[in-house]
Design a binder for this molecule. Structure first.
Ligand SMILES: Cc1cc2nc3c(=O)[nH]c(=O)nc-3n(C[C@H](O)[C@H](O)[C@H](O)COP(=O)(O)OP(=O)(O)OC[C@H]3O[C@@H](n4cnc5c(N)ncnc54)[C@H](O)[C@@H]3O)c2cc1C
Length: 809
């Protein structure tokens, strides 16, 4: 579909306003990229003397997405540096859940990556569930297996299915549904109640995805290289430099630099030039430095920006392992139709006497797994408690439920797995006090600005959405700096960057709180197994206080080990074939939590799609974290998804129609103009002929004033209107789309009604009114206006001007 849409977009290319100014931007940018910075250093290479527009420190998912977006906006004077060699970055899976909004961003901005994610992720049947049990392999699922192997599997304590198979509907909650153990209920029934039974419009053209972070990063990396190859000289060095660490950062003010640089900046900015030094002995200069260097960000520390929140919620051991084909097949089999009796799930929360931990199935068919185990230093150590042999035993016990003391693969010669890494990490819930340094030329992005418990999958997703919010701002600012050096009408200031913090920090704070609530949900399940997370904490603090702290550490470590072992021992009943009242109790406790929706959800419709950048709006209430999303055509909100038909009225292509989400129209238009900077979109819903003419004039005037491109989109409810349009109506610079069911108009009227009367009254639509909606390059609404036929040109002009002022600062 993408390619056919692109075809139509090309045919509609003449409809873009201000294309000539975009080309001007493009030319200026390339001239500007060759600026050189005179320094005192004598040995610097030619490369080192160049002033880059942007340097990104950190080539994880957020740094790479930003790099890709900037390239797509034609900002090619950029470098990305990562201290880890590329093989290491591509080795370890971490995040794996890509939520609906992130998928929308990929679909609109980087279709190659979006398609890559869809093609490479496992089938949704394998990851739409969470399983709670004594082991990954279930005890009752396979009698043949029992005869063949000497392990029996663990008891299933419950399995929930999340609504991810189909697109989410308006108002549909993200609640997971407990798969009943009743044999009469089959898989189809459960899935349909989790996904299908809700009437109403879909909220997005995208579904969430499940792909290991290392594979996702590979897709982003390939796309970044492809874009770079397409736009740059072959001689230019790779702009993605892995294995090169940033070890020093300094700033130099304009007064210290030569005149050409000063002229270039034209007194417009007092920002100093940033110089970085790397572990390769290289020196690079840049106007903007982006800290995408993760939770321990070197750049953030250089800026002395503190992180606020809880820096040590829980220590964990992260074990990456790979099962061989035979073990993978065994673990992934769906041996019978009873839904509770198959082994496929995204997360397995496992409780037995050898291991309590979460098994993350990144791709079961390919054998990619990660195990997260709670870790309590200094009373546990990697060397004593998590060496290869012990971790191997824990994995076996967690996978197959056999908790005999054993080493390696004595169960079956052919069932094997390799441990690829064992790493400790600390879970935290933190948000940076500010996202910008004082000069507003160093900005924090992704984990460098926030870190959450990985419960609910918000860490990477929030970072990706930060990058989306930042990229268009940086691109417009850089293009504007160039423009100022030629002839200035209106100057963009670094307010546009301050707004990045104003908008994204509240979202991070909201998502941090949600992730903590999610983490607490997982502790409720542990408590139902008679494991209280507070007990090891209490034990740890007791062992660290007088008089216990007088004992040698190794004695206290041994005491800790023994007590933990005793606490876990009863969980052995969850892997035993004999009847156990204790196991029955645990199962009952867990089922009742799962039945009441108290387990860890995966889909949070309002948090994923309903957050607003309007600072006057109250944050999303936490009364129900999984409550359904209701689309709002309102300033600050993401433009709601509505399927429209894009109509080509070119004589050569008359009658050609393509369906797409209104969200995707502007990016399709932009992509069809390969050199385009970020664009605003002005939707004119239900325009009369006179209104569209007035709005068109207003747009032309404001494109000149602000020097930003605006796509004018006429939203009609009837295709025949286009066929009957005369030449003057069929203006070449206006894209026409058809919204047959007038969903956008209904959303607009509902919004006005809510504003005027609150909920529950009747509507008073005026047919002579059009609705103007100005949408930013990142798909958020920055201004709305109901325009009556009788209202003057200046009102439309004012509306667009206010919207641009709101967005650009
Ligand atoms: C176990 C686990 C599971 C998770 N699951 C999910 C999930 O399902 N969904 C989700 O959204 N999130 C999840 N997360 C969170 C997610 O992994 C992070 O939010 C994400 O990696 C952040 O990306 P980033 O690009 O901001 O930072 P990082 O991925 O940390 O990348 C930072 C990069 O900066 C580089 N760097 C650091 N210092 C320097 C320097 N001085 N010079 C040069 N380079 C430097 C590092 O080498 C690194 O490659 C999970 C996290 C964990 C630990």
């Amino acid at each position: 579909m993408i390619s056919s849409v692109a075809t139509i977009s090309r045919r509609l290319s003449a409809r873009l306003i201000s294309l000539s100014s975009q080309n001007k931007h493009h030319r200026i940018l390339h001239r500007h990229s060759s600026q050189r910075f005179t320094t005192n250093a004598t040995n610097n290479t030619k490369e080192e003397k160049k002033i880059h527009d942007v340097i990104i420190v950190g080539g994880g998912p957020t740094g790479l997405l930003l790099s890709n977006l900037l390239s797509s906006y034609n900002i090619h004077s950029q470098l990305l540096l990562d201290k880890r060699p590329i093989n290491e970055v591509l080795k370890h899976p971490q995040a794996h859940f890509i939520n609906i909004r992130s998928m929308e961003i990929l679909k609109a901005e980087l279709p190659n990556v979006y398609n890559g994610v869809i093609n490479e992720m496992p089938n949704v049947n394998e990851w739409d569930g969470f399983h709670f049990g004594g082991s990954v392999l279930l005890s009752e699922s396979d009698n043949d297996r029992k005869k063949k192997y000497d392990f029996s599997g663990g008891r299933s304590l419950g399995r929930v299915i999340h609504p991810v198979r189909e697109q989410l509907r308006v108002g549909q909650s993200g609640d997971a549904i407990l798969v009943s153990k009743m044999k009469s209920l089959n898989e189809g029934d459960v899935v349909s109640s989790a996904t299908n039974n809700i009437e109403g419009d879909i909220v997005s053209s995208c579904r969430p995805a499940h792909l290991a972070q290392n594979k996702f990063v590979k897709l982003l990396l390939e796309e970044a290289r492809r874009q770079h190859r397409q736009k740059n000289d072959k001689e230019e060095r790779d702009h993605l430099r892995y294995g090169e660490e940033v070890i020093n950062i300094s700033e130099q003010h304009m007064s210290d630099t030569n005149n050409s640089i000063k002229d270039h900046y034209h007194n417009q900015t007092s920002s100093p030039i940033i110089t970085i030094e790397t572990s390769h002995g290289q020196t690079y200069h840049t106007r903007y430095l982006i800290a995408a260097d993760g939770i321990h960000s070197f750049t953030r520390r250089h800026c002395k920006i503190p992180m606020l929140g809880d820096s040590s919620m829980q220590n964990l051991i992260n074990v990456h392992f790979r099962t061989n084909d035979k073990l993978s097949r065994l673990l992934m089999q769906r041996s019978c139709s009873d839904t509770s009796s198959h082994n496929q799930a995204m997360l397995h929360f496992i409780y037995n006497s050898k291991v309590v931990g979460a098994f993350v199935c990144h791709d079961g068919t390919k054998g990619e797994w990660v195990l997260q185990i709670p870790f309590f230093p200094p009373y546990q150590t990697i060397e004593n408690d998590f060496d290869m042999t012990k971790v191997r035993d824990m994995i076996w016990a967690g996978l197959v439920g056999n908790h005999r003391t054993s080493t390696t693969q004595e169960y079956d010669e052919e069932l094997k797995f390799d441990i690829l890494s064992i790493r400790p990490w600390t879970m935290s819930s933190l948000v940076a006090r500010t996202y910008l340094n004082k000069s507003k030329n160093m900005l924090l992005l992704g984990d460098a600005s926030h870190s959450f418990p990985p419960a609910g999958g918000f860490g990477m997703n929030t970072g990706l959405q930060d990058a989306h919010n930042l990229a268009w701002r940086l691109a417009l600012l850089l293009l504007n700096i160039d423009r100022v050096s030629t002839s200035s009408e209106l100057v963009l200031t670094d307010n546009i960057l301050s707004k990045y913090e104003q908008e994204r920090k509240p979202v991070a704070t909201q998502n941090a709180a949600l992730s903590v609530r999610n983490y607490q949900r997982t502790l409720r399940i542990a408590k139902a197994c008679y494991l209280d997370a507070q007990h090891p904490q209490l034990l740890t603090s007791m062992l660290s206080s007088p008089p216990m702290n007088m004992l040698p550490l190794d004695v206290r470590q041994e005491m800790f080990r023994r007590l933990v072992k005793v606490a876990m021992m009863p969980l052995g009943s969850l892997c035993s074939e004999s009847q156990s009242l204790h196991a029955d109790h645990i199962e009952k406790n867990i089922k009742s939590i799962l039945e009441s929706g108290g387990s860890l959800p995966l889909v949070f419709p309002r948090f994923e799609l309903g957050f607003s950048y309007n600072t006057n709006e109250t944050p999303i209430s936490n009364d129900s974290d999984t409550a359904g999303y209701i689309p709002r055509l309102k300033v600050g909100h993401r433009m709601p998804h509505v399927l429209v038909e894009v109509v080509s009225s070119d004589s050569a292509d008359s009658g050609s129609i393509k369906q797409m989400s209104i969200i995707d129209v502007s990016s399709e238009m932009r992509r069809s103009h390969k050199t385009s900077p970020p664009m605003f979109t002005l939707l004119v819903i239900c325009p009369t002929n006179s209104i569209i003419t007035r709005v068109y004039e207003a747009v032309q005037c404001l494109v000149r004033k602000w020097n930003v491109p605006i796509i004018l989109v006429r939203v009609l409810s009837d295709k025949s209107r286009i066929q009957n349009m005369d030449e003057s109506e069929l203006h070449k610079d206006i894209v026409s789309v058809v919204d047959m069911e007038q969903k956008l108009l209904h959303l607009a009227h509902a919004e006005r009604f809510l504003a005027n009367h609150g909920e529950g009254g009747s509507k008073d639509d005026d047919v002579r009114e059009s609705v103007l909606v100005l949408v930013r390059p990142d798909g958020h609404i920055c201004q709305m206006k109901y325009l009556h036929e009788s209202e003057s040109y200046s009102i439309g002009l004012q509306m667009i001007d206010d919207g641009l002022q709101n967005a650009l600062g």
